[in-house]
Design a protein around this ligand. Structure first.
Ligand code: SF4
Ligand code: SF4
Length: 120
């Protein structure tokens, strides 16, 4: 189960982006590169302790969770790559988004085909 860590009482956090849906709606579609976390290199996952979370701190969109494991909300992540730059263990890789889009399109086409071939 995912465990969330609250920061209200942290005196060292002065500014932090919060996720909010603006006029543009879900902005994940703007992304050219997707940040992918290798949890075997991510400190909180490795140690099973709430630590690091620099990706959460620096994400300007507030789309990274402060949880174990760390989760990125791809509906809103714009793919700026700041999290990957800031990660001290190089656990985040920026991967070409088109590979994921092709996968998703393939899945959708498969589902459409299956639905069309299902006898009524
Ligand atoms: S900055 Fe890197 S090591 Fe730290 S929590 Fe994020 S992904 Fe994990
Ligand atoms: S790529 Fe940018 S917007 Fe996406 S999670 Fe990383 S820092 Fe946030």
């Amino acid at each position: 189960m995912k465990k969330e860590y609250r920061i209200e009482s942290d005196p060292y956090i002065f500014a932090h982006g919060e996720l909010c849906e603006g006029e543009a709606g879900k902005t994940g579609g703007w992304r050219s590169y997707r940040p992918v976390i290798d949890h075997s290199r991510c400190t909180p996952s490795k140690n099973q302790k709430p630590s690091c979370f620099l990706c959460w701190l620096y994400c300007p969109e507030g789309v990274v969770s402060r949880t174990i494991p760390v989760v990125i909300n791809y509906d809103y992540c714009k793919g700026c790559g700041i999290c990957a730059e800031e990660c001290p263990t190089r656990a985040i890789e920026m991967v070409d988004e088109s590979a994921f889009r092709r996968q998703e399109d393939g899945r959708e086409n498969q589902e459409t085909l299956s639905a069309a071939n299902t006898p009524r």
